[in-house]
Design a protein around this ligand. Sequence first.
Ligand SMILES: Cc1cc2nc3c(=O)[nH]c(=O)nc-3n(C[C@H](O)[C@H](O)[C@H](O)COP(=O)(O)OP(=O)(O)OC[C@H]3O[C@@H](n4cnc5c(N)ncnc54)[C@H](O)[C@@H]3O)c2cc1C
Length: 191
Amino acid sequence: MTNVEGVYAVGDINGKALFRHAANYQQASVMAQFASVASGVSWKTVHTFGEALGLDRQLDPCPSAIFTHPTIAYLGMRESDLTSPYVKSVLWFKNHDRGIAIMPKTGFVKVLVCAESGRLLGIHCLGTDADVLVHSLTPYLWAKTPVEEILTSGTTVHPTLSEVCRNVLFDARKQLLDLGRAMDPLARYMA
Ligand SMILES: Cc1cc2nc3c(=O)[nH]c(=O)nc-3n(C[C@H](O)[C@H](O)[C@H](O)COP(=O)(O)OP(=O)(O)OC[C@H]3O[C@@H](n4cnc5c(N)ncnc54)[C@H](O)[C@@H]3O)c2cc1C
């Protein structure tokens, strides 16, 4: 809200996330709420409707990319942000079949996972298609899905860099098991 009550502002000016996609998302949220008002839903309900769609929530955290060479993309926490126990797993492209095929000079996917809940806290990609790859895990981070559930919820095409995003979770799962995390047998042994 601005300093005028009832007047709200979207985009950079509200300081939430200074990105074009964040401004677009906030604008879509406003338009959805106007559309709901026009269809006769009360403002209070509409506000809840916006939240139900995740229109506010999904800006925090907001994915972002730096279009350098190599490209960098990330979502969520960095190691320096974390104060509670976590596990870190890194998979370099050069240790994956597709990574070998495209022969990048560098490139990796790194995940940070909460040691207690098993949820993704941060996703960091560097290298070829990093700005695309970050989206492979983004919905899971927003949905607070534990690593073991991500691994048992489907698969990715082999050999793709998307598979790197999946395979990096196997190491995170192993570290969670080493820390004594309980896991159902399917998640424990799936490879
Ligand atoms: C160099 C650069 C590179 C960027 N690269 C990316 C990127 O790759 N990806 C990404 O997501 N984001 C990027 N951004 C950020 C992105 O541009 C902003 O987050 C986005 O434009 C915010 O949109 P907005 O509508 O809030 O503000 P703006 O796009 O800045 O629009 C604000 C408008 O208000 C106008 N205005 C200001 N004051 C007044 C006034 N008093 N009266 C009337 N009009 C006024 C301005 O002229 C402007 O047209 C980049 C920004 C910069 C500077």
